[in-house]
Design a protein around this ligand. Structure first.
Ligand code: ATP
Length: 263
């Protein structure tokens, strides 16, 4: 659907982002661009400030300083719902899957942006509401197929394997029709084969369903194989930025992950 295009104007720009919690400087002057068609990895040791960056971009936290631009527009400090409505949709480290609901029902809940209706329409649905309902159900089925979960469509989420659950989390995020998909540790708990499959799915999504993906992930195999570029954070600061090959051979990055002795 989308043309793979990693040049032109950035779809998302972070400029000088800072966040302080009491005495803790969690994010210090972080700037980066996310290009259309790009999968950008945001990595760093525990506590480096990656999730805080996600929260700043998606409006869950207001920055202490700095700005976020989306499609050229300043969206700094906008509320999460408004940010999502414009096309920046995120997943969370803690799953938001409702375990008692089926795969299909979970993906329906992700359509909250387009499926809002009045109380009157809930009890006396008019033609346009019935049409929207059908569109939403068709969209849910199509997303489930994209994520390779058709076989599990009617299974309750509590029966899914860890790998299937991770795919369902992405499916729920996709239901909000993102242009920028932001995934916070989406491969947590996956074995290496599952992580590899997951990376393949992300690349397909980037080509066919979303313009760009920003991913926070500790699974280095997945990050190095899937991301076009990587931003490395350490102690709230940007330590390095580059292609997977550049990052893998960057001495400061190796030190940050493994300690000085290893570098
Ligand atoms: P991880 O890989 O472990 O998820 P991270 O890189 O995502 O870590 P953050 O969760 O952004 O790191 O945390 C960065 C720093 O900010 C940490 O020192 C953390 O304790 C602190 N922090 C994050 N959120 C808050 C908060 N709401 N209140 C106080 N401190 C916070």
């Amino acid at each position: 659907m989308n043309q793979l295009r990693t040049s032109g104007e950035p779809i998302l720009k972070a400029r000088g982002l800072c966040k302080t919690f009491g005495g803790i400087k969690a994010v210090k002057d972080i700037s980066f661009d996310l290009m259309p068609g790009e999968i950008l990895g945001l990595i760093g040791p525990n506590g480096a400030g990656k999730t805080t960056c996600f929260n700043l971009i998606t409006g869950f936290y207001e920055p202490s300083a700095g700005s976020v631009f989306y499609q050229g527009k300043d969206v700094t400090g906008q509320k999460p719902f408004t940010v999502a409505q414009q096309g920046i949709v995120r997943s969370f480290q803690k799953t938001n899957i409702l375990k008692g609901l089926s795969v299909f029902e979970n993906v329906l809940t992700g359509h909250y942006l387009e499926a809002r209706q009045s109380l009157f329409d809930t009890f006396f649905p008019r033609a346009h509401v019935r049409k929207t309902e059908k569109a939403v159900r068709d969209s849910a089925a199509s997303i489930i197929e994209t994520m390779g979960l058709s076989r599990r469509m009617n299974a309750p989420a509590y029966l899914l394997s860890c790998g299937e659950l991770r795919l369902l989390e992405v499916a729920v995020a996709l239901a909000a029709k993102p242009k920028v998909l932001m995934l916070d540790e989406p491969a947590a708990g996956l074995n290496s084969q599952e992580a590899q499959n997951f990376g393949t799915v992300l690349k397909q999504l980037r080509q066919e369903h979303v313009q760009s993906i920003l991913i926070v992930e500790h699974n280095m195999g997945l990050v190095m194989k899937t991301c076009d570029r990587i931003v490395v954070m350490n102690f709230g600061e940007k330590l390095a930025e580059g292609t997977p090959a550049e990052i893998q051979s960057n001495r400061q990055v190796i030190e940050a992950y493994l300690g000085k002795a290893a570098a």
